[in-house]
Design a protein around this ligand. Sequence first.
Ligand SMILES: C[S@@+](CC[C@H](N)C(=O)[O-])C[C@H]1O[C@@H](n2cnc3c(N)ncnc32)[C@H](O)[C@@H]1O
Length: 259
Amino acid sequence: MADALPTDPSVIRSYAVDTAAFYDRFCGPESHSARIKEAIGELIDRYHLRGLDIFGIGSGASQEEFWLWKLGGNRLTIADIDEHGGIEPSLKVLPPGDLNFHVGDAERFLAGNPTAKYDCIYVSGLTPDEKRRYAILWGPTPPTLLKRIFRRWPKSVDPFHPLVMAAARHLRPGGLLIVQSYAFGINAQRNRNFLPAAARQLSENGMTLIEAHSWVPYRSINLFVGRMNGGPALDLGPALTTFHGRGEPKQPIERTWPR
Ligand SMILES: C[S@@+](CC[C@H](N)C(=O)[O-])C[C@H]1O[C@@H](n2cnc3c(N)ncnc32)[C@H](O)[C@@H]1O
């Protein structure tokens, strides 16, 4: 039988490579790593992300996930379709190590590992999740001025992609679902139904929306944190002063949930 095409996302190809070597390959000094390091450091402190099994969906170059590994001593499993084909060639030649990188569709990967459990699912700018929100809010074409004025997120529509929710079912009790949205984000101040809809969707899946933050000057850049019900009592660390870590200078943020 002929080999599957290297870009076929339905076939999972798994690699275990050196995490630091992977980061060095993709994230040079030009990629704002100090700012990202600071943002992920705060995330680790606030949500106690240390020594955990973290599943990254669509992590790409993994410039945030790297710091979860480096600063938090977390174990990383990543699934990414490698949509531009720039990652897998390096995975084939990097030295072996503890970064478990699976090239292929994340939902397909999880379906093949039905008993896998994680303490944290980390999602940042996942293409289908971001595109779906954009399509729901604006439709297939770029929004007209009228749409921008009148169109709002519908109350009954789920904010998170089914793929994200499928992954969340692999969380242990008390496990965290962290979703960062920066590509086609929703302004939750203008779209008053959005965060209640997120809380509802998570609740219907046995979870609680514990916090949301947005950048003050760019309200469509958001960080949502949900938690699988159960597990030890929630104990939040120091308030966040930053997240996302891209863009200069450091942008002010605001907690938008709970209100
Ligand atoms: C905009 S990039 C974000 C990369 C990284 N998380 C970040 O924030 O810099 C979106 C990523 O989603 C991945 N992706 C798209 N569909 C996917 C799927 N079904 N399963 C896993 N990854 C997917 C792409 O390959 C790409 O790496």
